[in-house]
Design a protein around this ligand. Sequence first.
Ligand code: GLC
Length: 526
Amino acid sequence: MDARPWWQDCVIYQVYPRSFQDSNGDGIGDLRGVIARADYFAWLGIDAVWFSPFFTSPQADFGYDISDYIDIDPCFGDLDAFDDLVAALHARHIRVILDFVPNHSSNRHPWFLESRSSRRNSKRDWYIWRDPSAGGAPPNNWLSLAGGISWEYDTTTRQFYCHSFLKEQPDLNWRNPAVREAMHDVLRFWLDRGADGFRIDAIGCLGKDAQFRDDPLNPDYKPGDAPFMQHRLVYSANGPQVMDFVAEMRAVVDAHSGEHVLIGETYLKPKELAVYYGTNLNGLQLPTNFNLLWTPWKPGAITETVAAYEAALPRGAWPDWVLGNHDQSRIASRLGQAQARIAMMLLLTLRGTPTIYYGDELGLKDVTIAPDQLRDPFGVNMPGIGQGRDPERCPMPWDETPKGGFTTGDPWLPIGRNGPGSSVEAQRRDKKSVLSLTHQLLALRRREPALSRGTWSTVAIEGDALAYRRALGERRFTILLNLDDEPKPISLPDPPGALVLSTHGDRRTIRQRLELAPNEGLIVEA
Ligand code: GLC
C-alpha cells in the first residue's frame, strides 16, 4: 500500500469565491455557484480546491477581514451551503482547503470591539496596543503591506493598534495564549465540518519582534515598488517565534482524525522558506514557493531557481510551486498568452505539489479596470504603481454570452475574458486550447508519477530553449520548452523516445537534434 500523504500526489486549484460562479444573481460568486461547477473540477482533473475566504466579513479586504471565523458571509451562502459544498467535492474525491487568516480579524469582530472599548477590557491584550512614541508619534516605523503605516491611533483609549494590512484589519496578539487557543478552536471547527487543510494567510506577520524595534531601510527599494518595500521586514515579520505558533497549529491539525495539510503564504527565498517546514518537519507541509514569480523567464534562471529551491529543502520536505494567485498579475499578462502555455507545462512537470490559480487554465490575462470599477483597497491606497489586484480577480468566463454564464446580474468586476473563444465552453471544444492542454497535462501527471515525484535534472540549455528530465524508476521523460517566440534549435544527449504531449498539438516527429517552434513545449519519453 502506498502511504504517501494525499497532498503530495495532488494538484491544487485556487478558487476566488467572489469570481467563480454566482447562483443568486447578485453579481458575486457564492458557494452554491461553486457546487454547480463541481463537475468542472472533476473534468479538469485537479485534486484539491483552496478557497480564498468566504467567512463572515464586512469585505473591506474582500473576505480577508473576518468578523466571525466560524460562519459563512451571507454574500457567499451559509453553513448548510458549506456542508453541501464539502459533500459535493468529497463525492468527486476532491479535497477542500480553507483560507485561515490568523494574523488579523476585522475591526468589526466582537473581539476587537471589546478590545478597543477600554484599556481594562479582558480582550484588550487580544490585539496589539502600544503607547505613542515621544510627541505622540506612532510606536515604531513599521509600514503596512496595504500602504501607509502599520499603526492607527485610537482616541478613546489613547493608544495605537497595529495593523499589518488595512486599518480595518487589526492584528491579533499571538503572544497571548488565549488568542492562540481561540484560533485553534477555529481550526478544529472547520476540521470537524470536513476541511482537509488550510492555507494560512500572511503567516510571517505572526512573527513580530517582542521589543517592537524599527525595521531597517531596504537599500534595494526603487521608486515604483510597493511602499512597504522601503523597509526590510526584519522586525515586523518572520521572527523566530512564528515557528512555535506554526508547530502548535500543526499539532492541532495532526491531532484531528485524518490527514490534513497546512500551506502557508510565505513570500521568501528558498533558504528562508525552508525554515517554515519546521524542526523535524513539524511546521507547514507546504510553505508556498513563490520563487518562480520573480525568476527571469530564461532557461538558466529557471534552472537556477529550481536547483536552489531543491537544494534548500530540508530532508523529507515536499516541494511546492505556484505561478500566480489573487494578489499577483496573471501569468498570461506577465509572459504573454503564448508563453502561458509553456508556463503551465513547466508548472505541471515540476517535482512537488503545484497550485493552479482559477482562470490560468484558460490563459486569462489581467483585465484593464476603469477608475470607476476599482474595488481593491490596495489599488485605492497605492495608486499608480500597479498594486491594485482587481485585474487578476475578474469573474470566470464560462460561456460566450455577455455575462459569461457567471451571473444573471451585474458582475462585481468585469468578466475576465481575453476575447471571443476564451470561455470554458469554447475552449473545451477546441482541442488546441490552453484549457485542453491543461486538461491533458493533468491527466498525464496523474498517469505518470515520474512527473510529480521523479527526480529532476537539466538535460540541455541552448539560448532560450530548455530541456530537463523527470525520472522515476523505468519511467523517464524529457520536457523541452522554448521560452521565446522565435524558433529555437536544441540537441538532446540521447535519442528521444515517443512524443507524449505538445503545447501546439501538431508535432509528429521528434529527433535528437530538433527545432522547437516559437513558444513550443514538448514532453517526450526518454
Ligand atoms: C494575504 C492575502 C491578501 C490579503 C492579505 C491580508 O496577502 O493573500 O489577499 O489582502 O493577506 O489578509
